[in-house]
Design a binder for this molecule. Structure first.
Ligand code: PLP
Length: 285
């Protein structure tokens, strides 16, 4: 089956899906994106993802390309045309096409919208979660507004490449005070020796992960203790468990960081349980 993408009002074959060289996404990474999990034919926490898209757009003063109810129709059409029932949906909005100039183009320039969807075998992710992943730590070189889900991801790209070269899956980013902010494409969590879950507090130095937000609700329902605060490498290395969260990884146990075994070196009970119950607690639409 040929893959189909939505590009600025048209459903086109994926191989023919192109944007103009003067698109500000291409020229300046002047745009934002969202990634939403597709699970058993539905979208996980759709409203929260599209509220965050609206936030990212507003923070960058980019006009929403479609009304939310129209975007919801386009998204479902892309899922249907690609027959995606497990996988993820990708939405990207840029400030549009205009002759290259840093200053915003005139208001008449329409934002560009691209929607794609990809089928993923859920068993692959489940298998990875049974083994756990490795992470390495590296400097957080990103800008000071990573709460905006911008397509400008060069530091994230470099961090993940470094991880790959070191045989790891994810990179945990370390700020100038030696504190972990988050993963290059995920939020970072540890479970202390006392069983307390710890993740960085919400501010402009991390992305407010939708999976993170949902998990915080699940943690409360489970009667577990949570601290939203900064944590450093010493706490990481002595943690009982570590894991990351994200729309495509869900709750993914991290069993090695910088080559050191975390806890028993196998996925811990807290992360495994939270992963197992996640979909029942999340909203599917
Ligand atoms: N932090 C960063 C830097 C990310 O890129 C992502 C997801 O891509 C997340 C956190 C997790 O966010 P979410 O749970 O909304 O996927």
């Amino acid at each position: 089956m040929s893959k189909i993408a939505y590009v600025n009002g048209r459903y086109v074959l994926h191989r023919d899906a192109v944007v103009h060289i003067d698109d500000r996404g291409y020229q300046f990474a002047d745009g934002v994106y969202e990634v939403c999990e597709v699970f058993r034919g539905g979208l996980i926490d759709e409203k929260r993802h599209f509220d965050r898209l609206a936030y990212s757009l507003a923070e960058l003063q980019i006009v929403a390309p479609l009304r939310p109810e129209v975007l919801a129709v386009v998204i479902r059409e892309v899922m249907a045309r690609n027959r995606v029932d497990n996988g993820y949906l990708y939405v990207q909005v840029t400030r549009g096409v205009a002759p290259r100039d840093h200053v915003f183009p005139p208001k008449s320039v329409r934002p560009s919208l691209v929607v794609t969807a990809r089928q993923i075998d859920p068993e692959k992710s489940a298998e990875t979660a049974r083994k756990g992943i490795s992470a390495v730590t590296t400097s957080d070189l990103r800008w000071k507004r990573v709460d905006i889900k911008s397509i400008s991801l060069l530091p994230n790209v470099l961090a993940r490449q470094l991880a790959r070269e070191q045989g790891a899956y994810e990179a945990w980013l370390v700020d100038s005070d030696g504190m972990i902010t988050e993963g290059a494409a995920s939020n970072a969590w540890i479970v202390s020796g006392a069983g307390t879950l710890i993740t960085h507090q919400i501010d402009h130095t991390i992305l407010r992960g939708i999976t993170r937000t949902r998990l915080i609700e699940i943690i409360a329902e489970q009667g577990l203790t949570l601290e939203e605060r900064r944590f450093g490498l010493e706490e990481v290395y002595s943690a009982r468990e570590a894991f990351v969260t994200g729309a495509t990884t869900l709750v993914m146990p991290v069993v090695r960081i910088d080559g050191r075994q975390i806890g028993t070196g196998t996925p811990g009970p807290v992360a495994s349980k939270l992963r197992a119950i996640f979909h029942d607690a999340a909203e599917r639409t």
